[in-house]
Design a protein around this ligand. Structure first.
Ligand SMILES: Cc1cc2nc3c(=O)[nH]c(=O)nc-3n(C[C@H](O)[C@H](O)[C@H](O)COP(=O)(O)OP(=O)(O)OC[C@H]3O[C@@H](n4cnc5c(N)ncnc54)[C@H](O)[C@@H]3O)c2cc1C
Ligand code: SF4
Length: 550
């Protein structure tokens, strides 16, 4: 039986920041740059800063340069300049190089860098600490403190609660962290950001947020095969025409290759398995050749926001604001969101600092909403706003020339032939009944180029205390077997990149099993479950993946 919580300790700050990704760290640094008197606390659920950060990543250094102009001299891990920028369309046997002229300069990677975003966050964390930001890794913000309609801070997760809710000897209640303003930088599908969106109607009148699931592996390649600075993006096979997504492959550092695959979560066929699609993509002759003789050393997955301009919610509410991908600022055709995450963190920090200096607290930082609209982030997203809707409507093949044309029109004349298209249904509503869809057979992994989930998971370093309440909460525990299984062949078995969900056949019938300790915190289940029955909440602090160089 769950036990009652004893009184919690409470601490007060000027600003509490939830999440130590690029958005949260940039906000923390900006606040301290503006005034060393503003006290700032940053909470991160990972065991250390960067442990839960997974990205491509090609970095547009614009925001980093605005934040820390001498980042090079300060030793930022931003070393591999992009030297080659290729775009391929895959058929099953061929890779067709698309000419650069198809896409306008806004798509170019000239001046960008291939990095590990996880490593950049570690470095940003050190810069923030040097400025006096209090950083607490291993401390998830589990609950909101809302009083009289104002967000007054957050409560960190309890430690030492057993699976059945009783308090173990190690029980330590979470703390109240109160603040004049709380900035939510939880990234895509933040658990508290989702509650805030509903509570304050932040998404009212906006298009639904759209998402993809990004799966990634890190490889070490033979030196002779490594082309430092190579950026390759691809679309087409193995995905069918009606499923959006594609491959990315970046050569960087000392013989490292980041290879990943994004599947848009508005896919329709419940038999589709994004992990299986990624493994198949690597078997394309052109990709297999690039990886031959290499060794896989890392694996992980994370949701990515894709809604862009039309889906940006209202950003501020009484006592706080959403920053970075908690709101969703990814430029989908460029597959870039880090620069926008950092910039929106900085804009919110500027609004919060001005408010605090003016003696305000707990109001809505409307100046931040206004600053976003005027910023280069809004412009970045506006120019590409129709790429995702065109892709969803037309399918990959037909969309490609239209997206190219639309991007050129936007870049040259600032107009689109399509106005601003909507996104249609939210991602959870796009699945079709399994009985009417083609079952997809995925080849067995060979353990060399393609792998199973178990060995992949091992490389993610994911780890959770086993005796704790399940952090994947089912509103109705019957739905997976009574509704999702007959209707959609329970797609959670396939869309989860970590094998968390299983349907076990027993003599009494099928049983839904949740292996919560495997979770890599990608948030896909919270997004894609057709019944919206799964809620991801923060597990005990420090649990989850331990990414290095991701
Ligand atoms: C596969 C993939 C490839 C990508 N490629 C690129 C690319 O090449 N270039 C690019 O610019 N962008 C890329 N992106 C997008 C980019 O990674 C994001 O835009 C960026 O990471 C968003 O930063 P953020 O700080 O808002 O969120 P995140 O980077 O997601 O960071 C959020 C942080 O908050 C923590 N957190 C969440 N909830 C809580 C809580 N309740 N309490 C405490 N801590 C919490 C998380 O653990 C995490 O550390 C890619 C994304 C993916 C998934
Ligand atoms: S359980 Fe959900 S959040 Fe965790 S890895 Fe699976 S899909 Fe992602």
């Amino acid at each position: 039986m769950p036990e009652a919580n004893p009184a919690r300790e409470s601490m007060a700050y000027d600003v509490v920041i939830v999440g130590g990704g690029p958005a949260g760290l940039a906000a923390a640094i900006r606040l301290k740059q503006l005034s060393s008197d503003i006290n700032v606390c940053l909470l991160e659920k990972g065991s250390e800063i960067g442990a839960h950060i997974l990205s491509g990543a090609v970095l547009d250094p614009k925001a980093l340069t605005e934040l820390i102009p001498d980042w090079k001299n300060k030793g930022a891990p931003v070393d591999t300049a992009v030297t080659q920028d290729r775009f391929w369309f895959f058929t099953q046997s061929a890779a067709i190089a698309l000419p650069h002229i198809m896409f306008p300069p806004l798509m170019s990677n000239r001046g960008n860098f291939i990095i590990s975003l996880s490593n950049l966050c570690k470095w940003l964390g050190r810069q923030a600490e040097a400025l006096g930001v209090e950083i607490y890794p291993g401390f998830p913000a589990h609950d909101l403190i809302i009083e009289d309609g104002v967000v007054k801070g957050v409560i960190t997760g309890d430690l030492g609660v057993a699976k059945d809710g009783h308090h173990k000897d190690s029980y330590t209640p979470g703390m109240e962290l109160r603040a004049k303003y709380t900035l939510f930088a939880e990234g895509a599908r933040g658990s508290l950001s989702k509650q805030l969106g509903a509570k304050f109607g932040l998404h009212d009148g906006r298009q639904p947020q759209k998402f993809g699931i990004g799966l990634k592996e890190l490889w070490e390649l033979p030196a002779a095969q490594h082309q430092k600075g190579l950026v390759l993006h691809g679309m087409g096979w193995p995905l069918g025409n009606d499923t959006g997504g594609g491959l990315f492959l970046y050569h960087w550092g000392d013989n490292l290759c980041s290879i990943g695959f994004v599947v848009h979560l508005n896919y329709k066929n419940p038999w589709l398995d994004p992990f299986g699609e990624f493994q198949r993509a690597k078997t394309h002759p052109a990709i297999a050749k690039m990886l031959s003789g290499g060794k896989r050393i890392g694996y992980g997955a994370r949701a990515i926001t894709e809604g862009g301009y039309q889906s940006v919610p209202k950003l501020s509410f009484p006592g706080g604001a959403l920053i970075g991908c908690a709101a969703g600022f990814v430029n989908l055709p460029r597959i870039k969101g880090s620069h926008n995450a950092m910039k929106t963190g900085m804009l919110a920090a500027e609004a919060a600092a001005a408010a605090i200096q003016a003696g305000r607290a707990g109001d809505a930082l409307e100046d931040y909403d206004r600053a976003y609209v005027q910023s280069w982030v809004a412009k970045d997203l506006y120019l590409v706003r129709n790429a995702k809707p065109l892709w969803s409507r037309l399918g990959s093949l037909l969309a490609l020339p239209f997206i190219g044309l639309d991007l050129w029109m936007n870049q040259l004349f600032g107009v689109s032939l399509f106005g601003t298209l909507g996104h249609g249904e939210p991602d959870f509503a796009t699945l079709r009944p399994a009985s009417g869809c083609v079952k997809i057979a995925y080849p067995k992994p060979d353990g060399r180029l393609t792998f199973d989930r178990a060995s992949s998971l091992f490389l993610s370093g994911t780890n959770h205390e086993e005796d704790q309440p399940v952090h994947l909460q089912l509103r109705d525990p019957a739905i997976p077997i009574s509704v999702n299984l007959p209707e959609y062949a329970e797609p959670a078995q396939r869309y989860c990149p970590a094998g968390v969900y299983e349907v076990i056949e027993e003599s009494t019938g099928p049983r839904f099993q949740i292996n919560a300790q495997n979770c890599v915190h990608c948030k896909t289940c919270d997004i894609k479950d057709p019944a919206q029955n799964i809620t991801w909440v923060t597990p005990e602090g420090g649990g989850g993946p331990n990414y290095t160089n991701m």
